[in-house]
Write a protein that binds this ligand. Sequence first.
Ligand SMILES: [Zn+2]
Length: 102
Amino acid sequence: MSDYEKPSRAEDEYFARQELERRKKWAQEQSAKMAGDEKEHVKQLHWMKCPKCGMDLKEIQLHGVTVDQCAHCGGVFLDKGELERLEHHEEGVMSRVLHFFR
Ligand SMILES: [Zn+2]
């Protein structure tokens, strides 16, 4: 009897391991999918909203560069590369501010 149990147990373990791997893969896929959905959800919530007060941002022209300004608190926010573009338009005070951030 015990001779038949060993192959059976090994077979059970094989299928249990396969099932575990299948569940792990499913969990990883769900995690990746949820992370993507969550990223998109957060982006939709925050797009063109002031990071300080949460009100709408409006695009304004500042020395020929389009930047985002909050109509409520007056904060001005820069996208990637806009700081460098402003640097070309302003020497003196602006360059001292830019050096402070580097
Ligand atoms: Zn604001």
